[in-house]
Design a protein. Structure first.
Lengths: 486, 265, 447
């Protein structure tokens, strides 16, 4: 929380800087503000920025660099063998970090004093049990090196915190003096402030890029460590998926891909005709009044969270399909199935397809309709032979987007498709998807050193690449199509 | 001059194909057309002229019930095609439009091949029995529209790739292919350059031998060039209707005179 | 041109008659139209079926079976030393309170003359919720002066009794159930008749934290609602400023070049990235790399913000684009800087559109489940998070995640809870959407 306090102090200082800067600008021209280049407020803002910007930069840099320095320092406490192995070192440092956090917690709840902490010794006390009391659970007993490293980390981070506060405040002070010294009537305060604001705007819009970079980087780095432990060929072309958390798993990707694609196929078979006919009816047949009622009603479907559809799949659709179709036909006894998940995802995608298709159909020029009606075509002939062919690229784009959504859908398949990875053609059998397995491998206890956990990142990046490809293709088609009529 | 007179005699001999009596059109609360009486004769080009918003296009769209596609439009009165009321509840507007074809202001070829554009009407109406017959129809219609020589080598190219004048002639070929009895043209040359306009006007004159043609136009010169009869609309009223020559040389109504001399419109 | 088209040679036909061909074409027309009506009807009926299922399953979660009877808080049991010292009293566990409750219940049955035929003493105790002793204990410890008095209390009945009152448990299922017997249900009938057992409005469903597998009757949405509220506040605080800033830049300042193009394509692609991918990002970056605490609203909010940001940027840009250029020209024309024009004129005019977009974006974020599963918000949390800001770092759950975690439990009573939670969630979404619609209607401008 001391960082928050420091932030508050910086903000208060910038507030002060604003007032001082503004007052100074007015006093420089003895109250005749027409002589100033910019309004007094801009001088205030400029001074505030000279305080805020450098001190924030120092604060952030310090927060990033300090843990690295601490880890380097703490590593010295461990034997040469541990330091040589990067995985072992990471684990040891993690443990030490946890212990140091536990020691902090003991101080915070008053069960130990600083002196008692300093005197702690693994030989005489069960440190693990002590830590457990403050809700810090450890996988093994605390070693002497680990405790020493933890003590070092605590001490170093405390003194680091002190120096950080000092450095940040010093920078803020220098910024204040510099900012005030800049204030004189010819100084173009407004232009400087606007430049700074523009910089902030650019920063904000680059967050989208940073997110993409973050996604790719986070998944790629973990995937690479997965492929170091598990051969990529066996992953991408393996026909069996049977993870085993005690080791020796077979992690074949194909059954998951098959389940994903099968469910997506069912979903598209449901969503495309229903969504398309809904859009056609709304765009070509419905009166404006009917349309103004039906369209929002259909769009309600899109506003309902997917977890609700998941419950619907599990509690209603699954049992209905099992009792009325699968069992009488002798195709299975499972409520969770490709059909269940596929149909429900299809329903979820109806409004998506229909509203996209509606836009696309409406963007087909009226003159084409007139041309067709003028030749004596009926409405359905016009739709089928003129409007749909004209709108086809756009509709293909919409279907691709819906496919990508179906592939990435998680909650409905988690609750409605089952967890068994199978390569089967029977749509009433439970199968599983990439997203289900990502959830499965990453919820609960995760061990980031085992292929069973890391495989989720390989699945994640495959999913990302697959959906991204579809999206780019779809957006490209839709954009090309729009240009055609604009 | 002699030719002209013979032609006029021929015109009067023609029988009316469409007879409109007391036609009124309302768009919501606005009264777009008031008590219009017009006879459209066979093998004649009839031109509707008048300033913008005078109701000439509205009336044209009544003749094949294109106004049905506008929800707020309400048409009253009587329009007879060969003695049958086209607003009779038993009439299927789809069938009516096959007999009363339409060409629009802006060329609107379908985003299909040239061949498919022309074949569209015969296909939906089932006018041909086989591919050979359809090929024949497409060729003869494209010839009629004076487009055949320009496109015969690229019938599979998209119709949207043609020039403006070619597109409009393609639309005329498309309308002709449904074998209509009456052909309605809503300012067919307004989006075309002068050369294309001349080609289309020439075509209209040729089409007269087989169809009655009704053309809405902004240009009085065009009306004078292509039509035998002209109707002048003003503020929803049919002001004057008669032989084109009479209307332009000897207008009976002062409003017509003001318009053709350029004082209104 | 003698060989003119087939149609010209065809005999003149009346437009009044109906040919077989026309009949066929009209039938096709009717069929085509019917497909449309069918598609709409089917979609809407599935929607209706879904809502009906959820409401019929879930509305009963808002009522809860309770037993009302006087409880004597015997001093000898609760405060053996007789000094009302809280630390001493805390040594009495829930077992002691449980016995006390059972005794009081039995005494009340005797006093009211209700026969307990076929029901053993143990089964009698099983009619009360296992959660009840804990609640009573907490109440007594909070207010030790209650010891020695007799209190009239409404005590939670067990989940099975609750299910019986709501029709979920029947005598047939009771036969096969080791937690309830038909004789106990008979007794429940008598208790209802005597006015001891009733099902009043269930405020605890909205306020209590989650409860363990064996106590569906005590499970509530308190922690989930606080978690969701914290996340929505943070998402709004993160997304709206950043989203507006990014949109202003892209719409008003960005030069049309490659980089801007990349940003734009990026934003539209991010809007279509599966939400679970953001969960993976959150796990890797915020939890493993930045070491923020698992299951905490701050991590949830960061993940949901990254997910919602593209949507908000797209909506905000549309709102800014809808402000006509004439307004910008007017401001620039009197010497305002570009930045002043945007801040003084464009933003205020675009504000209703921006707010509408932001509310709808938040509504999507509120209903999102998948990414939250990966950052540990599915954990069992029965402590309320602290008030902000510290609370943002405490473990919590979220409404949609609570729906999911209840569904995965074995006791069918949790399906009711789950559906009830959905009703609450849909309630919030409804309010947000209606607010957005009202905002849009109220400030809709025709330029």
């Amino acid at each position: 929380m001391s960082v928050l306090l420091l932030l508050a102090i910086i903000l208060a200082l910038s507030g002060l800087a604003f007032i001082l800067g503004r007052a100074r600008s007015i006093s420089k021209v003895s109250g005749n503000i027409r002589d100033l280049h910019s309004l007094p407020g801009y001088y205030g803002w400029h001074t505030a920025l000279t305080v805020l910007f450098p001190s924030i930069v120092v604060l952030v840099l310090w927060l990033v660099i300090q843990p690295m320095v601490l880890s380097n320092g703490a590593a010295k406490f461990f034997p040469e063998a541990t330091r040589a192995d990067s995985v072992a070192l990471t684990l040891a440092l993690d443990d030490a970090r946890r212990v140091s956090r536990g020691l902090d917690a003991m101080i915070a709840n008053g069960s130990k004093s600083e002196a008692e902490i300093a005197a702690l010794d693994t030989a005489t006390t069960d440190v693990r049990a002590l830590l457990a009391e403050v809700n810090v659970a450890l996988g093994s007993d605390v070693s002497a090196e680990s405790l020493d490293a933890a003590k070092y980390m605590r001490a170093a981070s405390h003194s680091g915190g002190f120096w950080m506060a000092l450095a940040v405040m010093a920078v803020a002070g220098v910024g204040l003096i510099f900012g005030l010294s800049q204030v004189h009537p010819e100084f173009r305060a407004r232009n400087r402030v606007e430049k700074a604001v523009l910089g902030l705007l650019i920063l904000a819009s680059s967050i989208a890029i940073l997110t993409t970079v973050g996604i790719v980087w986070s998944m790629l780095s973990e995937s690479i460590s997965f492929f170091k432990m598990y051969p990529a060929g066996e992953f991408f072309f393996g026909l069996t998926w049977s993870p085993n958390f005690s080791g020796g798993s077979t992690l074949g990707f194909l059954p998951l891909l098959w389940g994903t694609l099968y469910i997506t196929f069912v979903a598209i078979i449901v969503a495309v005709p229903l969504g398309l006919f809904t859009a056609i009816y709304l765009a070509e047949y419905a009166s404006p009044k009917l349309r103004s009622w039906i369209k929002p009603l259909i769009e309600i479907i899109a506003g309902i969270p997917t977890v609700v559809f998941g419950l619907f799949a599990l509690v209603t659709v699954g049992p209905i399909l099992r009792d009325y179709f699968a069992q009488p036909l002798g195709l299975g006894t499972s409520g969770s199935s490709v059909m269940t998940a596929g149909i429900v995802i299809g329903i979820l995608n109806i409004p998506f397809i229909s509203s996209l298709a509606d836009d696309i159909i409406n963007s087909v020029p009226q003159s084409l309709r007139d041309g067709s009606f003028g030749l004596g075509a009926t409405r359905s002939e016009t739709v089928r032979q003129v409007i749909l062919p004209a709108a086809l690229p756009g509709i293909v784009g919409a279907v691709l987007l819906a496919t990508s959504r179906a592939i990435g859908e998680t909650m409905i398949v988690t609750m409605g498709a089952g967890a068994a990875a199978k390569l089967s053609l029977n749509p009433f059998e439970a199968m599983t998807t990439m997203t289900v397995k990502i959830v499965g491998q990453l919820t609960g206890d995760t061990d980031f050193a085992s292929p069973e956990t890391l495989v989720a990142f390989a699945l994640g990046i495959t999913l990302f690449v697959l959906t991204l490809g579809l999206n780019i293709l779809a957006l490209y088609i839709v954009r090309k199509y729009r240009e055609q009529y604009e | 001059m002699k030719d002209q007179q013979i032609e006029e005699r021929a015109v009067t001999a023609h029988t009316p194909r469409i007879t409109a009596r007391k036609v009124n059109v309302h768009y919501g609360t606005s009264h777009a057309l008031k008590d219009v009486d017009v006879d459209i004769l066979a093998n004649t080009v009839t031109a509707f002229i008048g300033p913008s918003g005078c109701g000439k296009s509205t009336f044209l769209r009544c003749l094949n019930r294109m106004n049905d596609t506008v929800a707020s439009a309400k048409v009253t009165g009587e329009i007879l095609l060969d003695g049958e009321n086209i607003y009779d509840p038993r009439v299927d507007p789809v069938r009516l439009r096959a007999k009363v074809g339409m060409v629009f202001q802006k060329p609107n070829p379908f985003p299909k091949s040239i061949y498919d554009n022309v074949a569209y009407g015969p296909k939906i109406h089932g006018l041909t029995r086989n591919k050979a017959e359809l090929d024949e129809v497409v060729e003869s219609c494209l010839r009629k529209a004076a487009l055949w020589n320009e496109v015969k080598d690229r019938l599979d190219a998209p119709g949207t790739g043609l020039s403006g004048g070619q597109q409009q002639r393609l639309c005329i070929a498309r309308a002709v292919a449904t074998a209509p009895e009456v052909l309605l043209m809503d300012e067919p040359c307004s989006a075309l350059d002068p050369i294309a306009t001349a080609q289309v006007e020439e075509l209209i004159d040729e089409l007269r031998s087989q169809f009655s043609v009704v053309i809405v136009t902004h240009s009085m010169q065009q009306a004078a060039r292509v039509s035998q009869k002209t109707a002048f609309f003003h503020l929803g009223n049919l002001v004057e209707f008669g032989k084109t020559e009479d209307l332009f040389t000897n207008p009976k109504d002062p409003r017509t005179e003001s318009y053709i001399t350029g004082r209104i419109g | 041109m003698t060989d003119f088209i087939a149609g010209a040679a065809a005999p003149k036909t009346s437009i009044l008659g109906v040919s077989a061909k026309m009949r066929r074409r009209n039938a096709a027309e009717t069929r085509f139209k019917a497909y449309g009506i069918f598609a709409i009807t089917l979609s809407l009926s599935v929607l209706a079926l879904m809502l009906w299922t959820i409401f019929s399953d879930g509305l009963s979660a808002f009522r809860q079976a309770k037993m009302t009877f006087p409880i004597t808080l015997t001093a000898e049991v609760l405060d053996p030393k007789g000094n009302l010292n809280r630390d001493e009293m805390a040594k009495i566990t829930t077992v002691g309170y449980g016995k006390l409750l059972a005794q009081a219940f039995e005494a009340e049955l005797k006093a009211k003359g209700i026969s307990t035929e076929g029901v053993s003493a143990k089964e009698l105790g099983a009619l009360l919720s296992k959660d009840a002793p804990g609640v009573l204990r907490a109440e007594v410890l909070a207010n030790p002066s209650m010891v020695g008095t007799t209190q009239n209390r409404s005590i939670l009945a067990s989940g099975r009794v609750d299910g019986y009152l709501k029709g979920r448990v029947t005598r047939e299922t009771a036969e096969r159930d080791n937690q309830i017997s038909p004789a106990m249900l008979d007794l429940a009938d008598r208790l209802v008749a005597a006015g001891i057992l009733s099902a009043p409005f269930n405020t605890r469903f909205l306020t209590s934290p989650d409860a363990s597998d064996q106590r569906p009757e005590a499970a509530g949405l308190g922690v989930a609602m606080i978690g969701s509220a914290y996340m929505m506040i943070l998402v709004a605080l993160i997304c709206v400023p950043i989203g507006v800033a990014a949109s202003i830049y892209l719409e008003e300042f960005a030069p049309k070049n490659r980089i801007t193009d990349i940003i734009e394509v990026n934003i539209s692609n991010l809007a279509a990235v599966p939400s679970i991918v953001f969960g993976i990002l959150g796990l890797a970056v915020f939890i493993n790399f930045a070491e923020l605490p698992q299951s905490s609203p701050i991590v949830g909010a960061l993940v949901l913000s990254l997910m919602t940001l593209p949507t908000i940027i797209i909506a905000t840009r549309a709102a800014i684009r809808a402000v006509p250029p004439s307004i910008r020209d007017a401001a620039l024309g009197i010497g305002a800087s570009k930045m002043q024009t945007v801040v003084h004129h464009v933003l205020p005019l675009a504000m209703p559109g921006i707010l509408t977009g932001a509310i709808l974006g938040l509504a999507t974020a509120l209903g999102e489940t998948a990414p939250l599963l990966l950052i540990g918000m599915v954990a069992f949390v029965d402590n309320y998070p602290a008030p902000p800001m510290e609370g943002m770092f405490d473990p919590a759950t979220a409404l949609p995640v609570q729906v999911y975690s209840w569904v995965t439990r074995s006791d069918p009573a949790f399906v009711e809870r789950s559906s009830g939670a959905i009703i609450v969630l849909l309630g919030f979404l409804f309010v947000m959407n209606v607010t957005a619609i009202i905002l849009r209607r109220k400030f809709e401008r025709r330029w």
